[in-house]
Ligand binder design. Structure first.
Ligand code: FAD
Ligand code: 5PR
Length: 379
């Protein structure tokens, strides 16, 4: 296909603010379709924050489109089943009708994307904090420098300055529950008998609400999500209150002992952000800047990646950036909106504790193939 971005002999330029999964995806996808791209990360280096992450078919297809899938598959894991326990009894084992899914550490995914950014020669500017954007196509940095571009991508996370400098109307709220997320050594030999390669979502409502989402990432690393209501001082304490977690999950003691050693542990409440629009003029918001969601369906990053990838797709055939990004939002946003709503509902009602909750509606976003723009994997 001819390079349609070369209108009047000039390559179009994009400034991307934020080097998380959304910003990396946008930068790679735009570069691959012929744009000049500069990626701004406010931190001193490109690196991942947080513990583990699930990607489903939608996110894995984006990785395929970005040329990063192989590297991500190496060193990540698809558990034999997604199991749910209630009070230590298995209530469901789900395999999603063969729908591809994968568990990995965040640093593993981030490294693969950052490697692809470097391989493509995308300009990376670290210690580069965006403070505001202008719908006319200007990005202003903390240093006072203002850069003009054909497209500004706000991928600067839930506290987005790109977004807030423009003044999108938004609803934001926090959930009653939150989670401590950690990566610890697997300690598989020490866990005794059990199907420890599975994802196991272990719920307990009595004597307290405490849950552990047990997620093996590979042979060596285990992602633990320890959930408790924000109002529970012991369950939400960091570093971990070992006694209160071992009392409820004695069979995980070897892993919990490791978890309690991690002094940098954080307890995070789930945050939701809903905007009136994701675009203004030449500015497009992607990822948590646009649609932070509860993690119940494990789709925040997956939707972010699909949306960032689809943005570049939409711009390939369009002559006006302003029109293309309006069309992009119209086309792709409904999937994210439904996913965000259902994730919020599941989180508020702790619905995943019932097991068998990955219904066709719950897997809608996961089944979307952004490369072919169709739903795959019949349920
Ligand atoms: P971020 O990851 O926040 O990245 C923003 C980047 O921008 C950072 O590098 C930051 O340093 C940088 N930055 C910030 N401000 C500026 C600025 N002003 N200028 C320049 N740079 C800036 N999603 C899934 O798909 N699967 C899961 O299993 C999953 N589990 C989750 C579990 C929990 C408990 C939670 C809370 C979320 C989970 N998510 C999951 C959601 C997922 O983590 C987020 O949706 C995703 O990481 C958002 O990516 P992002 O790039 O938009 O934002
Ligand atoms: N699923 C996943 C997850 O990471 C979380 C939840 C569900 C993969 C939070 O860590 O329900 O909170 C959830």
């Amino acid at each position: 296909m001819p390079n349609v971005n070369m209108t009047s002999g000039k390559t179009r330029r994009a400034e991307v603010a934020g080097g998380g999964f959304a910003g990396l995806t946008a930068a790679i996808a735009l570069k691959q379709s012929g744009w000049d791209v500069t990626l701004h990360e406010k931190g001193p280096e490109l690196r991942a924050f947080g513990a583990g992450i699930y990607l489903w078919y939608n996110g894995l297809r984006v990785l395929e489109g970005l040329g990063a899938l192989e590297e991500v598959l190496e060193g990540s894991h698809t558990p034999p089943t997604y199991e749910t326990w209630m009070h230590n009894k298995s209530v469901s084992k789900e395999t999603f009708n063969g729908l591809p899914w994968r568990v990995m550490t965040r640093s593993h995914l981030h490294t693969a994307l950052a490697n692809r950014v470097r391989a493509l020669g995308i300009e990376i500017r670290v210690n580069s904090e965006a403070v505001s954007a202008d719908p006319e196509g200007r990005l202003t940095l903390q240093t006072g420098e203002t850069i003009e571009a054909d497209l500004i991508v706000g991928a600067d996370g839930v506290g987005s300055k790109v977004r807030d400098s423009i003044g999108f109307e938004q609803d934001r709220w926090d959930s009653t529950d939150g989670i401590i997320r950690l990566i610890v050594p697997r300690k598989k030999q020490e866990l005794g008998h059990g199907e420890w390669d599975n994802t196991i979502d272990m719920w307990n409502f009595w004597p307290r609400v405490q849950r552990i989402l047990y997620s093996p990432c590979n042979d060596d690393e285990l992602y633990l999500g320890l959930m408790a209501p924000a109002a529970d001082p012991r369950g939400s304490r960091v570093p971990l209150d070992l006694e209160v977690w071992v009392e409820m999950f004695p069979f995980l003691e070897p892993c919990l002992v490791e978890a309690a050693k991690l002094k940098s542990a954080r307890y995070d409440r789930y945050a939701t952000t809903r905007l009136d629009s994701w675009t203004r003029g030449k500015v497009a918001l992607v990822g948590d800047a646009a649609h932070a969601m509860c993690p119940a369906l494990a789709q925040g990053a997956g939707c972010a990646m699909v949306n960032a990838f689809s943005l570049a797709q939409e711009l390939e055939t369009a002559s006006s950036v302003e029109d293309a990004i309006v069309d992009w939002e119209k086309r792709i946003r409904p999937i994210t909106d439904r996913c965000q709503a259902l994730s919020g509902d599941y989180a508020a009602n702790r619905s995943l504790s019932k097991g068998n909750m990955f219904t066709p509606a719950a897997l809608e976003a996961a089944r979307y193939d952004p490369l072919r723009r169709v739903y795959s994997w019949p349920q």
